[in-house]
Design a protein around this ligand. Structure first.
Ligand SMILES: [Zn+2]
Length: 675
């Protein structure tokens, strides 16, 4: 019987044949595709013909297609419907993949060909995109150790394999801790909770053993619980469980993994000749140096901390008025901030909720993409990886652009958080390939037959991930390695964070934020209060983010800490972390930084990107129209379609005519002097 993962695709638009995929197929498909990819690399390296761009760089681009197709399907299942079997497969695949990628970048014959092309590049007559690709490939090989002597290469290989195992273990431990913990609520414990939280808690309980409503560690459930539950004891229990993820002792504890990971990263950087892991990592980012990152974070830290301390005093007075002993604790902040929001802005999340229906917010995201970029979305009737998932064909003036898939609801076995991924990225090297783009979220599942509602935070997440999706769907480059979101880490959040701004455009909310039962648009005064409250609690949000970013930077800047948890405490002490605010991600569950190295010494990049997104949206303000066609065209031409075909600062300057300063960011967060 043929393996459906390796068979030619017969589903519409070349989608994977999800109806046919079985778990038993993953391992054999992986082995076959990996062997094929190895053979392709070996053939390029051993080619007797002298190296040229086509037989080396383009051949590399076109290699490994079957492997990436198999892996994109496997990792989708492993991240959105994890099971013990799939976790075991992932543990088996990850060291083999790390070894393969080491074998490619440390292949001396292959590097000799790339290096020869690089040295002779002036005579190659390359297009700008080809020249950029050669530069990026050569740089990637050097940064992976290709130019080192054999001893250094062997050590890097061992480090990479071990780091891959550690990253997988970190993520799986976290998932286990999130899956295992629930807090059963008695009927009286529901007092004071708004209907949507009760509904979500009942749905989560029904999905498990059905013993009654539960609080889980899913952000979409625990955050509203912390916001609304008047029970200080229950909030404390929930909060302590939430921040203990990855640090509960026993088999799923991540603390030793963190220490070993940091030591290996520091050693790796030293072998490659960098001053530190952070110095090496940032060299190819827009920020370039650890100092540039620290300068940005500290410039925003001071006003953010001052705002948070002033807010803490107000919240502590509210706590005292409720008859509770001081001090204000981290499990109190969200509850009293919500009360204050209702008092000062008269904005009640529970009253807002019926206006934020998931389906209407999806329509809003689509409609903005239509007005800005002419995209149209038609529902597709195809079998996907899970019954929750939905697909649309994306077209422009009748031309097929992409398939967009949304998988929105939390469920056991789904990794927490929200993300965007391409099952296939855009390219047109050998043939025209349009992307398959997926948004995954963890919104609370509605009760049977009821519409799904979002919090304001959820709605922002929806727009955020859709911004990433646009970066993939509008991509128009030749080479997959430069396509879509294949850009510097501190640039990749620009399209996503920029797109969040359209959710706040009044005419968008007027049209799409309609009441689930009456269909009435959001009342004008609620809209005004909602937009007015956008800067509310920004001291808290900025502080929890920067604390995480500074700990991440510190971990990777000097010698690795023997005890990362103690170092974390020292960093927080040094910056004067307000006691009632926790880090957005504490070290034992800081998946951005430890389940793989993608955001290691890179968590700052959300704020780096925010400097740009605030400044970029100001371009629409300056044009006097949030849908200004000229500005939208420039945005697509220089950023959304351009992928990584140029350095990020060059792309930004092409769009805006200059680099951004931090003024728009401070203003957007209400942290500027005028606020
Ligand atoms: Zn993002």
């Amino acid at each position: 019987m043929t393996n459906s993962l390796l068979a030619p695709r017969a589903a519409p638009f070349d989608l994977p044949d999800f109806a046919a995929v079985t778990d038993a197929e993953f391992a054999p498909a992986f082995e076959t595709a990996l062997a094929e990819a190895r053979a392709q690399i070996d053939a390029i390296a051993a080619n007797p013909a002298p190296p040229d761009f086509a037989n080396t760089i383009e051949a590399l681009e076109l290699s490994g297609r079957a492997l990436s197709d198999v892996l994109s399907v496997f990792f989708l299942f492993a991240s959105v419907d994890s099971t013990p079997e799939r976790e075991a497969l992932q543990r088996a695949f990850s060291p083999k993949l790390a070894e393969f990628s080491s074998d490619v970048v440390l292949n001396a014959a292959l590097f000799a060909r790339i290096d020869a092309l690089w040295q002779g590049r002036a005579a190659l007559d390359l297009t700008p995109e080809q020249a950029r690709l050669l530069e990026v490939k050569h740089r990637d090989f050097i940064r992976a150790g290709a130019a080192l002597a054999e001893e250094g290469r062997a050590r890097l290989r061992a480090i990479n394999t071990r780091l891959a195992e550690l990253g997988t273990a970190f993520a799986q431990n976290l998932l286990a801790d999130e899956r295992d913990w629930t807090m059963l609520l008695a009927e009286t414990d529901l007092d004071g909770l708004p209907g949507f939280v009760i509904e979500a808690a009942r749905a989560a309980g029904a999905e498990r053993d059905g013993a009654g409503p539960v609080v889980t560690l899913s952000r979409s459930l625990i955050v509203p619980f912390l916001q609304f539950s008047p029970r200080r004891d229950l909030r404390e229990r929930a909060w302590r469980a939430w921040v203990a993820r990855g640090a509960r002792g026993g088999a799923t504890d991540n603390r030793a993994i963190v220490a070993e990971t940091l030591a290996l990263r520091a050693e790796r950087a030293a072998v490659l000749g960098f001053d530190s892991f952070a110095a090496g990592k940032l060299e190819t980012e827009m920020a370039k140096t650890p100092q540039a990152v620290r300068d940005l974070l500290m410039a925003v830290w001071a006003p953010a901390r001052a705002r948070a301390e002033a807010d803490a005093a107000i919240l502590e007075a509210m706590l005292a008025a409720d008859g509770h002993p001081a001090p204000l604790e981290p499990w109190d902040w969200r509850y009293y901030a919500e009360k204050r929001r209702m008092a000062e802005h008269d904005l009640d999340e529970a009253a807002l909720k019926p206006f934020l229906q998931l389906d209407r917010m999806i329509e809003a995201a689509f409609d903005c993409a239509h007005r800005l970029f002419g995209l149209e979305f038609t529902p597709l009737d195809v079998t996907l990886h899970h019954p929750d998932a939905r697909a649309w064909e994306v077209t422009r003036e009748g031309r097929h652009m992409a398939v967009f898939i949304g998988d929105y609801f939390a469920r056991p076995g789904k990794r927490s958080g929200a993300w965007c991924t391409a099952l296939r990225a855009q390219q047109k090297l050998a043939d025209e390939i349009r992307p398959h783009v997926l948004n995954v979220c963890n919104f609370s599942r509605p009760a049977e037959g009821r519409p799904a509602f979002l919090s304001w935070d959820d709605a922002r997440t929806l727009f955020h991930e859709f911004g990433h999706a646009l970066h993939q769907m509008l991509s128009d480059v030749t080479h997959e390695s430069l396509s879509g979101t294949s850009v510097a880490r501190d640039f990749v959040e620009l399209p996503s964070q920029l797109y969040e701004h359209w959710l706040e455009v009044p005419e968008v909310l007027e049209r799409f934020a309609t009441h689930a039962e009456t269909g009435a648009p959001m009342p004008a005064d609620m809209l005004t209060r909602l937009l007015g409250a956008a800067k509310f609690d920004m001291g808290f949000q900025t502080v929890e983010f920067i604390a995480s970013a500074l700990v991440d930077l510190d971990f990777h800047e000097g010698p690795p800490p023997a005890d990362p948890i103690q170092r974390e405490a020292e960093v927080l002490q040094a910056i004067g972390m307000p006691r009632a605010i926790g880090m957005r991600h504490a070290t034992p569950h800081f998946a951005h930084v430890f389940s793989g190295g993608g955001y290691a010494a890179g968590y700052y990049s959300y704020m780096w990107s925010e400097v740009m997104d605030a400044d970029a949206f100001a371009a629409f303000d300056e044009a006097g129209d949030p849908f200004d066609p000229e500005t939208a065209r420039a945005l697509e031409a220089h950023i959304l379609s351009a992928g990584g075909t140029a350095e990020p600062d060059a792309l930004y300057v092409a769009f805006r005519g200059r680099l951004p300063g931090i003024e728009a960011l401070l203003k957007g967060r209400g942290l500027d002097a005028a606020a």
